[in-house]
Design a protein around this ligand. Structure first.
Ligand code: ADP
Ligand code: MG
Length: 661
């Protein structure tokens, strides 16, 4: 008896004890494995001339036996060797990701709550799902070209065995493929497993979950026919009927992506999406398009309604499934999707992709590049359309995947900005809702020549920053940015281009121009009116000594102490000069380069209209150096706190505040 690997054991334990109500999906999983095995065989036959496949032997067969209470799913696919049985069925095959393992760990600790249900739906648990309904599973498999067949058997609890198959199980070379025999658990009051031993139930499940599997799924079904009329039948003869059994193909087989959107109900797309891409939520958007011409193809794409758990991990693989003439060429063809649309799932099927092409040379194919360009354009159009006509869903989309779009701009050194910038949303401090750059620009006062943003950890905090309040008070809106990538992206983009505006708009006569992005926490930003500026100038001229003294008191904490106009209710603020902003310093300090964090050059800016300013002037006049030092430190530290930045020495700060009191 061999033992399951640890993660497999946990998953099995979850399966067996699962309160997951959707146990019937086990059939879908077994059929989909059979279908994969046939795909692998077809692919092999295209690339390896010694493999010839007999078209007639490709169906997937589903059968049941009421007496021994089994359901069997069989295929004539590629099969598994003794080794592969061990490797593939003894370990979780479909996800090596650490997070997956962690999630299982968590879920198996609290089996009874919603978490454990989620994990089953979320990850698409494949083969092991059979143990939700089985007390034993026997897998008989003969690999293509293998000497003999082997049987894997397990109750899902104690471990598994692998032995040579019985003499009558797949005895001949052409019997390559696999039978998965599910021995159903006993039916109980709570759990009806008898229902699966019924041809109508099974047919229903096949239609529901596996209708678009491209290989025929066959089952013996009961049909009824009229008995031949006896020769001696009298005038009052009524036709008689009898049942008979016949092998029937249950699924429609036409791949769903070959159908026109109008022919398919959304629920079928949803079902296909959920089962194929292992998502437990319906897609946010479904795109189906078909092209004929120099390159012909059918494409079916989905935008998920939530980000997959591993989207931002390095294990995540983007890509679309690539088919050609019904053969799966590549499960995740990365070249079909740009990185910033890595969240899109789907299928591309094109007869023009050379079938004998190797996976390595695939990416050089001109056809593939042409398809990729079209796919990208279609996704962009769909997003634009959602942005303009379905903002609510677009916001949902953006919350999940917007960060990736921003990285797209950043990673392309801005060359993708013209395509992606208008897909971005930002929180408007003034409107208190998400806006696009275009909407921001449209609402700008005529004299505004920059796009203002504030960057920091929380929207709330940013909204309370004195300078944001001051901007709004002076009629300017500020985009509140809370993602790590935001400011780096702005630096790469530098500016946002607006086209010339025609004569009848608010901005009439505006020429095409570039609006620079301006971090509002930079020292050269102020929104003051002329009067306020004059006052600031006067304060600056009159108090040179005060600033020098404060600068001395603060030491190397600041590069300058100045006066700023237009701060209304706040005594002082911290700004940065030079290339590194305060927010960038914060983001970098959290990353792997923390030790080498470049420091923002800080400036303490004082509000000359605030009563505190008068106090400072007074203590300078009195020559009270200790007091001035105390005031300077407190002002500096509280300004840092307001910006959401850490203060150097909280203990000292507390002591100073206490002293003041
Ligand atoms: P997945 O299908 O996501 O890889 P599963 O748990 O469903 O994960 O299956 C595990 C592995 O077992 C598959 O990757 C495949 O290698 C193997 N396998 C399962 N069923 C079959 C089958 N009918 N024929 C050949 N191999 C199979
Ligand atoms: Mg599977």
């Amino acid at each position: 008896m061999k033992q399951f690997k640890t993660e497999s054991k946990k998953l099995l334990d979850l399966m067996i004890n699962s309160i997951y109500t959707n146990k019937e999906i086990f059939l879908r999983e077994l059929i989909s494995n059979a279908s994969d095995a046939i795909d692998k065989l077809s692919f092999k036959s295209l690339t390896d001339p010694s493999v010839k496949i007999d078209q007639k032997s490709l169906p997937i067969s589903v059968s049941f036996d009421k007496d021994v209470r089994t359901i069997t799913v069989s295929d004539n696919g590629i099969g598994m060797t003794e080794d592969e049985l061990d490797k593939n069925l003894g370990t979780i095959a479909h996800s090596g990701s650490q997070q997956f393992k962690d999630e299982i760990e968590k879920a198996s600790d609290n089996k009874d709550d919603a978490d454990s249900i989620d994990i089953i739906g979320q990850f698409g648990v494949g083969f092991y799902s059979a143990f939700m309904v089985a007390k034993k599973v026997r897998v008989v498999s003969r690999a293509l070209g293998a000497e003999k067949a082997y049987a894997w058997e397990s109750d899902g609890i104690t471990g598994y065995t692998i032995d040579p198959a019985k003499p009558d199980e797949r005895p001949n070379a052409e019997d390559h493929g696999t039978d998965v025999i599910v021995y159903l658990k006993d039916s109980t009051k709570d759990e009806d497993t008898d229902k699966y031993l019924n041809e109508y139930t099974l047919q229903g499940l096949i239609k529901k979950y596996s209708n678009y599997v491209r290989h025929p799924i066959q089952m013996m079904v009961t049909k009824s026919r009229q008995k031949p009329k006896p020769k001696d039948a009298g005038d009052d003869y009524k036709p008689e009927y009898e049942d008979y059994q016949e092998l029937d193909t249950i699924n429609s087989m036409t791949p769903i992506w070959k159908k026109q959107k109008s022919e398919v109900e959304q629920k079928d797309y949803d079902e296909f999406y959920e089962s194929t891409f292992h998502d437990w939520a319906k897609p946010l958007k479904t795109l189906s398009f078909h092209t004929e011409g120099t390159v012909s193809y059918d494409a079916l794409l989905f935008i998920p309604s939530q980000a997959p758990f591993d989207l931002y991990s390095k294990d995540y693989q983007k890509g679309l499934a690539l088919y050609s003439n019904n053969v799966l060429i590549q499960e995740k063809c990365a070249d079909l999707l740009p990185d910033y649309y890595n969240f899109v799932h789907g299928v591309v099927d094109s007869p023009d992709i050379q079938l004998n092409i190797s996976r390595e040379t695939l990416q050089q194919s001109a056809q593939l590049r042409a398809i990729a360009r079209r796919v990208e354009k279609k996704i962009t159009q769909t997003l634009q359309d959602m942005r303009d006509n379905d903002r609510e869903n677009y916001i949902k989309f953006f919350n999940n995947f917007g960060r990736g779009l921003k990285f797209g701009i950043y990673n392309s050194y801005g060359s993708k900005a013209s395509e992606l910038a208008d897909l971005l949303l930002f929180w408007s401090a003034k409107e208190k809702k998400f806006v696009t750059f275009k909407e921001y620009v449209k609402a700008m006062p005529k004299d505004q020549d920059k796009i203002y943003y504030a960057a920091g950890e929380s929207q709330d905090r940013l909204a309370k920053m004195p300078v944001v309040g001051s901007a709004i008070k002076h009629g300017y809106d500020v985009l509140l940015c809370t993602q790590d990538v935001d400011e780096f992206m702005f630096q790469i983009m530098r500016s946002y281009h607006i086209d010339a505006v025609a004569g009848d708009s608010e901005h009439k006569g505006t020429d095409a121009r570039d609006l620079e992005f301006q971090n509002i926490s930079k020292s050269d930003v102020d929104f003051a009116t002329k009067d306020e500026k004059d006052e600031a100038k006067k304060a600056t001229d009159e108090n040179k000594d005060l600033f020098d003294a404060m600068k001395k008191a603060l030491g190397d904490k600041v590069t300058d102490v100045t006066v700023t106009a237009g701060l209304t209710d706040t005594p002082a603020r911290i700004t940065a000069t030079g290339p590194v902003s305060l927010e960038m310093e914060r983001v970098i300090a959290q990353g792997p380069e923390a030790d080498n964090t470049p420091k923002a050059q800080r400036v303490l800016e004082l509000n000359p209209t605030h009563p505190v300013f008068a106090k400072l002037v007074q203590s300078q006049k009195d020559g009270d150096e200790d007091k001035l030092k105390l005031y300077s430190n407190i002002l500096y530290n509280q300004a840092l706190l307001v910006e959401g930045l850490p203060i150097d020495d909280p203990v000292q700060f507390a002591a100073e505040v206490t002293k003041l009191m």
